[in-house]
Design a protein around this ligand. Sequence first.
Ligand code: UD1
Length: 416
Amino acid sequence: MSTYIIQGGKKLEGEVSISGSKNAALPIIAASILNAGKTTLYNLPDIHDTQMMFEILKSIGGKVTKKHNKVIIDTSKVNKYEIKEELMRQMRSSVIFAGSLLGKHHQCTFCYPGGCDIGTRPIDLHLKAFEKIGINISQNYGNISCSCDKITGEKIDFEFPSVGATENAILATCLAEGKTVITNAAREPEIIDLQNFLNKMGANIKGAGSNKIEVIGVKNLKDVSYNIMPDRIETGTFLCMAAMTNSNITIKKANPLHITPVIDKLEETGCTLKIEKDNIEILAPKKLKAVDIKTMPYPGFPTDLQSIFATMLTTAKGTSVIIENIFENRYRYTQELIRMGAKITIEGKTAVIKGTKKLYPANVKATDLRGGASMVIAALSTKGTTKVDNIEYILRGYENFDKKIQQLGGKIEIQK
Ligand code: UD1
């Protein structure tokens, strides 16, 4: 495991460009199986999670070529339908291959996926959706085997708007016979990006972004090239980093419309945000004000920014109350913040943060991807040297995180 060494206490300044969205890229990589041909992707973030998706793709017969700023995927020779356990366990999004393999090849074997430890993260909703469209599922010693002769359009009604299960339902049905109607679908922008990608490939999907998605099965999908949307969680991360370090920075190549609740809450803390097309300038006040947040499925406040926003509030004036409604184990990072002097108490879904004057440098660790980014932000805000261990979690999801911070004048180095 590697470590970031951060010399904090300095204001950041300048501009930073946002990379392509991790959570849009992962299902789109899996979706490339569906055309059994060529997919060219632009603005794909070069992070550990996308590299892992390529490893899985290669292990089942796919070919991946990187050329300058584009990645070309060839899935014409995909001929294996089992995802190896060691790859599956590395990341949760591996489960998204099931929808594509079933949609195109009508078979898939995998085991329960791994990923960040932020809750139990079951896949029952994915499996129920598969069963609904006629897929036979058998489970044996943790292995899940799915197969069918054909997939027929059906009504799928989710009891909870799961992002991954909605994506898997779309992927499994775009080559099905007839029409599939998904209700109580997740509404995240990444699902719109998946719909746009698949429609460019020749699929017939409408409704993504609303809670009702219709997928009319088509016979074939064609070669495609696609530009991935900007990462809204990375955008929120840099905004909170600027806010906590009392800085004024400009964020470029973002989509401000995707983070409306985050912008609203930042304004409540006293930050000024100037939005111009895909640029966001943030001017932070000397002292932030405490605010309350509760995480909800989109368009609510994103759970992926809960730890980052809460960290920023540890030095705000007043008491903030955070309610985490999506994952049951997403407060592990608070133990690390407490080592830096934060005053946080947790009870069930609720965290109460009493703002302190400042945090102190300490040796801390990343407990998960976003919790890790939170530690970096806390470290940048405090005078002195902070070590953040286990940064492999951070590298899963942030492209060139250290370089982007250095570009803003932050002092951060990797110690291997
Ligand atoms: C996606 C995002 C992740 C984000 C999350 C919620 C990707 C690659 N990851 O994850 O960054 O934090 O959305 O916005 O896009 N659940 C079940 N059964 C299921 C599926 C989910 O109970 O079959 C529960 C989960 O345990 C969790 C909640 O539903 O409590 C939300 O999960 P879901 O929306 O599926 O998140 P992911 O797709 O895993």
